[in-house]
Design a binder for this molecule. Structure first.
Ligand code: IPM
Ligand code: MG
Length: 358
């Protein structure tokens, strides 16, 4: 039976990079005899224009009946953030999506491509032979979904955000991290702020218990402030980083600069039933939109993650990843990852090369 994918291209560079990722997906499915049907739907500012809503009912329905969701990016220019179309657009769209489908696990890989080592802001002595980190971020708890309050208390403006975790939320994401580590370097660094926060004390307790189910994986606990520093001082020490929602948000942005461009970073959000949402880790980059200069790699890699996690087609995912690697090895670059003298191609032309290598 045909698998259905909800295609939410969104705003900014989203539609452009999505169009290219879908070309790659079509080729791959053809070669690998995978039968997929793409069903487009609106999200973000693009949805607001039609429905005055950043995540309208129509889109929710299409997502709910799909086998996976492929998302581009949402959000508008900073100087237009006050307009209703763009106000809280990212949070309205993304948090609603996460909540609607209870996406509790967020996977954010950060990998240095050997051929792109020169564009990393870190020195090659720091990078060493290889850096390949997987951030496993809890996505449904913490300060994100606790009660938010803004008002007046004791005659002054006052605000509070409640951070909450229960043990099953922590256990679920911990299992994912340990399982991921089994097929990697078998090392999990669990990041918390257990010297201060109660949620982190519980986090550390539960993660330590879950670790006993995975004796072949080494577990290390690290405080989040130290982790921020270690990511830059010595990123090689990390394999899987397991962390809570807010720390994961911040650390994944920090890790994302190591490979040299946000345009290289895919991500996956998965729920307990295995239903998944796949999207580039970067934003909508409105300043790059409609110029055929955006890097399509993150969107294409997100598609590969979809084939891997939602459709269990490791072979097809690897075919895409290898085609990207070969294209980079052949010397082709998009603008964001180019050095002087490199062959710089547009979004579409770079994808043409990837397709040649499929
Ligand atoms: C992310 C984003 C979101 C988050 C925002 C847009 C709500 O920063 O996906 O990392 O904080 O989770
Ligand atoms: Mg973020």
């Amino acid at each position: 039976m045909k698998k259905q994918i909800a295609i939410l291209s969104g705003d900014g560079i989203g539609p452009e990079v999505m169009a290219q990722a879908l070309r790659v997906l079509e080729w791959t499915c053809d070669k690998e005899s995978i039968s997929l049907e793409c069903i487009p739907a609106y999200i973000g500012g693009a949805a607001y224009e039609r429905y005055e809503h950043h995540f309208p009912q129509e889109t929710q329905k299409i997502c709910a009946s799909a086998d996976a969701i492929l998302l581009g990016s949402v959000g508008g220019p900073i100087d237009k953030a006050h307009l209703p179309k763009w106000k809280n657009c990212e949070a309205n769209a993304l948090l609603a999506l996460r909540k609607t489908f209870s996406f509790n696990i967020n996977l954010r890989p950060a990998k240095i491509y050997k051929v792109l080592r020169d564009i990393s802001p870190l020195k090659s002595t720091v990078l060493g032979e290889n850096v390949e980190i997987l951030i496993v971020r809890e996505l449904m708890g913490d300060v994100y979904f606790g009660e938010h309050y803004q008002g007046i208390k004791n005659n002054q403006r006052y605000a509070s955000d409640l951070a909450e975790y229960n043990e099953s939320q922590i256990a679920a994401v911990a299992h994912q991290a340990f399982q991921a580590a089994l097929s990697r370097s078998k090392k999990v660094t669990s990041v918390d702020k257990a010297n201060v926060l109660a949620t982190s004390k519980l986090w550390r307790e539960v993660v330590t218990e879950i670790a006993t189910h995975y004796p072949e994986v080494a577990l290390q606990h690290m405080l989040v402030d130290n982790c921020a520093m270690q990511l830059i001082l010595n990123p090689r020490q990390f394999d899987v980083i397991l962390t809570s929602n807010l720390f994961g948000d911040i650390l994944s942005d920090a890790a994302s600069v190591i490979p040299g461009s946000l345009g290289l970073m895919p991500s996956a959000s998965i729920n307990e039933a295995g239903f998944g949402l796949y999207e580039p880790a970067g934003g909508s980059a409105p300043d790059l939109a409609d110029k055929n200069i955006a890097n399509p790699i993150a969107q294409i890699l997100s598609t590969a993650m979809m084939l891997r996690y939602s459709f269990h087609r490791e072979d097809a995912a690897e075919r895409i990843e290898n085609a990207i690697l070969k294209t980079l090895e052949e010397g082709y670059r998009t603008r964001d990852i180019a050095k002087e003298g490199d062959v710089v191609l547009g979004t579409k032309e770079f994808t043409d090369k990837i397709i040649e290598n499929l």
